[in-house]
Design a binder for this molecule. Structure first.
Ligand code: URA
Length: 244
């Protein structure tokens, strides 16, 4: 990623000093300089590796890159703020000093793995459907599902926003009234697994994300987080040759 130019507002936000909106304001206010010259255009190009960018005369320091795996409990929102005051995942991340965000979301009623980072390139890669990063869920369906129904999930069902990509589907077990199965998808549309099961005429009673790429829950306690290992971070890096 060395030697790539970015717009000045992006350079500031990526350095972790604030949001892009804040950065645009600071730039317009004349608080930002590139190589000693005040620049008041947020869309001006700068190369964070080569240009000396300062805010209020102080050089930007590259933010410490943080990569965490959080086991989100049911009942927590993946958003920053909730007008109704419900708990959010950021309540669980209070002792993380960096300004982090979650790479993708889970519904309020879904528990399981979330990747938390301050690296926007990493976050974009993990959430972009074109990256095909597999996400695995354990599902409790409200009915006994036939092999044909599970095959339909595997081959792709029609949703309001288009057909789903082929998925991996494995029956885990049946109880007297419910089917438990595992599904791995590579998209991540809004409420996708719930809507896929609804397309079969059933409902999801319980949904847990158990894996992202090759990273599983392991013995992570619910509500807790841990740092990703360097190998785990590497395995989720974009393989790109061009600029961004
Ligand atoms: N699919 C869903 O339906 N909900 C989630 O939170 C994630 C995937």
């Amino acid at each position: 990623m060395r030697g790539l130019k970015k717009t000045l507002d992006r350079v500031l936000s990526k350095a972790g000093v604030g949001s892009r909106t804040e950065a645009r304001r600071w730039i317009a206010e004349g608080r930002v300089a590139v190589n000693g010259r005040k620049v008041q255009t947020p869309g001006a190009w700068a190369d964070p590796d080569r240009d000396q960018v300062t805010l209020d005369g102080k050089p930007l320091r590259a933010a410490n890159k943080v990569y965490l795996l959080l086991y989100k409990p049911k009942g927590y929102l993946s958003t920053h703020k909730d007008p109704e005051g419900r708990p959010t995942i950021y309540d669980l991340l209070k002792d993380v000093p960096e300004k982090v965000f979650s790479a993708g979301r889970l519904d309020q009623d879904t528990s399981g793995l979330l990747l938390i980072t301050n690296d926007t390139v990493f976050g974009d890669y993990v959430t972009d459907p074109e990256s095909h990063v597999p996400k695995t869920y354990l599902v409790k369906a409200s009915a006994l599902l036939s092999d044909d129904q599970l095959l339909r999930l595997r081959d792709g069902v029609e949703l309001s926003d288009g057909p789903t990509r082929p998925a991996e589907v494995k029956r885990v077990r049946d109880s007297a009234r419910f089917t438990f199965f595992e599904i791995t998808i590579t998209e991540g549309r809004n409420r996708q697994v719930r809507r896929m099961v609804e397309a079969l005429g059933a409902k999801v009673l319980k949904l847990v994300r158990t894996k992202i790429g090759a990273i599983g829950i392991g013995d992570l306690e619910i509500g807790k987080y841990r740092a990703l290992t360097a190998a785990e971070v590497r395995a989720l890096q974009p393989r790109r040759s061009g600029t961004r």
